[in-house]
Design a protein around this ligand. Structure first.
Ligand SMILES: Nc1ncnc2c1ncn2[C@@H]1O[C@H](COP(=O)(O)OP(=O)(O)OP(=O)(O)O)[C@@H](O)[C@H]1O
Length: 233
């Protein structure tokens, strides 16, 4: 499942019980004067959410997530444009056909997706839009003019992934197996030269976070030097 939907899936599951180039890089062509989106890709259990939680904790105003679209009905207290962009199925299908989405998936019979416009909305606040997406989404976003920073979070081994996921106690045996099977392909994709600008070897979380943060901050400073406004506070 695409990663935004993995996140959505977790949210839904809780709510519904529905169940190398390691050199800093400047944009080759400056399409907008907004902060470049930050893509963090890596297998389930590799520690993406842990890294992002720390980053958001340290820089609460600088980074943001985009608002996803969904065809499901809003729940009480859910605000359109805040929790989701609620949209009719046909309208969403038209937008998908129009190439307006970076990634989409179906969960419990409803469509969900991350639109390019939603990423732009975060950029317009001078924030870095963070996207936790799977390889298919990475390939999609590379085809757009969003010009993201691409980071791969590499776990030490499949065995360690399994240990982390079991300890997290978030998975059934079936979903655990699916995640571990998918991990092999994701790691191969992540380590392939040229697919990402930065690979974080996430063994010790403190070391991994320090490396991740250093890469991101260096990139943001380069963008600032090129005239991009970044919201620090
Ligand atoms: N470097 C690390 N060493 C040991 N444990 C870690 C490390 N990084 C994360 N963890 C733990 O492993 C578990 C999985 O981490 P996390 O939820 O951040 O992964 P994820 O990549 O976001 O997974 P998913 O894609 O399924 O959301 C968590 O319980 C987290 O505390």
């Amino acid at each position: 499942m695409l990663n935004a939907l993995k996140t959505i899936g977790k949210k839904e599951l809780t709510q519904q019980l529905c169940t190398k180039m390691s050199e800093p890089s400047l944009p080759t062509s400056v399409v907008t004067n907004y902060p470049r989106p930050l893509v963090l890709c890596g297998p389930s259990g590799s520690g993406k959410s842990t890294l992002l939680k720390r980053l958001f904790g340290e820089y609460p105003q600088t980074f943001g997530f985009s608002v996803s679209h969904t065809t499901r009905q809003p729940r009480q207290f859910e605000v359109d444009g805040e929790h989701y962009h609620f949209i009719e199925k046909q309208a969403m299908e038209e937008k998908i056909a129009n190439g307006e989405f970076i990634e989409t998936a179906i969960f419990c019979g409803n469509l969900y997706g991350t639109s390019k416009a939603a990423v732009r909305d975060v950029q317009k606040e001078n924030k870095v839009c963070v996207l936790d997406i799977e390889p298919q989404g990475v390939e999609q976003i590379k085809k757009t003019d969003l010009n993201p920073l691409l980071v791969f979070n590499n776990p030490p081994s499949i065995e360690e992934l399994e240990r982390r996921l079991r300890k997290r106690q978030s998975e059934t045996e079936e979903s655990l197996k699916k995640r571990l099977t998918a991990a092999e392909g994701e790691i191969a994709y992540g380590l392939k030269e040229g697919n990402f600008q930065k690979i974080i070897h996430n063994i010790d979380i403190d070391v991994a976070y320090a490396e991740f943060k250093e890469f991101v901050l260096n990139e943001l400073k380069l963008q600032e030097a090129a005239g991009v406004k970044i919201r620090w506070e």
